[in-house]
Design a protein around this ligand. Structure first.
Ligand code: TXA
Ligand code: MG
Length: 308
């Protein structure tokens, strides 16, 4: 996290060059889209994505939307059926997010999808976000650029007021156009209403409003990866038939972070859970994780996994 207040750069070559350099180095930057300002990181870099959660102070992990340059880039990450193709061709670039099957070899960090085998993708229409994707040559994971529980930012000043020194650089390109987050569609179901309305979608496909209404409270989504095996918390050592996920001085079959670093632990969390699930043991045990910073989100996620 930056020690200095964030630098506001007006949109232009300098802003994009500086921001892209931060993204390529594994950092985070705030960037406008046509909906709200996003807090972006390279979606292939788990440590970078973990910094998004750390900066937002999110008490849990939500799967994030990944922003790409065009349909070809999206197809390299996810599998499109005819419905998805029709929506993408009609509404991209624009404020529509599609939830699609993730290609296992896409190289997306599992923290982005919260361990799911689907991914939310969109091609943004905003010149700043487009330029940043092009200059960084990275798919960009980006939730709204505000502290958890804060209001979504539609101006650079909102981002600065909310995140302050937690973000090193903000690309300022004035007020966003839509001001509400993108419409999210999975199959023919609207998971989150947004600027692309049901009527607009209906011109392309028969869509339904989400029956399991989109839950905006973080971590409340039913769409989280959960291990299938029983999971025990605050373990100091492995019991019979347990796969131990360590942290800090508690060593295990695997570790979230040998150094006890919560950002590193967040970056590794879902991969570690998948490995534990795939291991030959019947049960999973996890060492206590420090309840500070993004560690709060890790513990929230682990407690939910333990009660499944
Ligand atoms: O307009 C927007 O979409 C903004 C700008 C920055 O692009 N971004 C945004 O991202 O709102 P975020 O991370 O706040 O919204 C992510 C939401 C999650 O809450 C979840 O509902 C949904 O996208 N989501 C992401 N991946 C999903 C998945 N695999 N399955 C179902 N829902 C998913
Ligand atoms: Mg948000």
């Amino acid at each position: 996290m930056a020690a200095q207040p964030p630098l506001l750069y007006a949109f232009g070559n300098l802003a994009i060059d500086r921001a892209a350099a931060i993204i390529r180095a594994g950092g985070i930057v705030a960037v406008p889209t046509e909906t709200v300002y996003g807090l972006a990181a390279d979606a292939r870099n788990a440590q970078a994505v973990a910094q998004i959660y750390a900066a937002k102070g999110r008490p849990s992990f939500n799967p994030l939307i990944v922003h790409v340059a065009d349909l070809a880039a999206a197809k390299a990450i996810a599998v499109f059926d005819d419905d998805a193709l029709a929506l993408a061709e009609r509404f991209w670039p624009g404020p529509l997010t599609l939830v699609l099957p993730l290609r296992p070899d896409a190289g997306i960090a599992s923290l982005v999808t919260a361990g799911l085998d689907t991914i939310a993708l969109r091609v943004p229409a905003h010149r700043a976000m487009q330029a940043l994707i092009a200059a960084s040559t990275a798919p960009l994971a980006a939730p709204s650029a505000n502290m958890s529980n804060g209001i979504s930012p539609t101006r650079a000043e909102h981002v600065a007021a909310s995140l302050g020194a937690r973000v090193p650089l903000i690309i300022d390109d004035g007020a966003t156009m839509a001001g509400v987050e993108s419409t999210i569609v999975a199959g023919r179901t609207i998971l989150r209403p947004g600027p692309v309305t049901a009527e607009m979608l209906g011109d392309v496909l028969p869509v339904m409003p989400g029956t399991t209404a989109h839950v905006s409270a973080p971590g409340q989504l039913a769409t989280h990866y959960a291990p299938t095996k029983p999971l025990r918390l605050n373990a100091r050592e492995a019991g019979p038939d347990e796969w131990l996920i360590g942290f800090g001085e508690v060593a295990g079959n695997d570790t979230l972070s040998l150094d006890g670093d919560v950002v590193e632990a967040a970056a590794r969390l879902f991969d570690a859970l998948h490995r534990a699930d795939a291991s030959p043991t019947a049960r999973i045990a996890v060492a206590a994780v420090t309840e500070t910073g993004v560690g709060v989100a890790i513990n929230d996620r682990l407690r939910r996994a333990a009660h499944n």
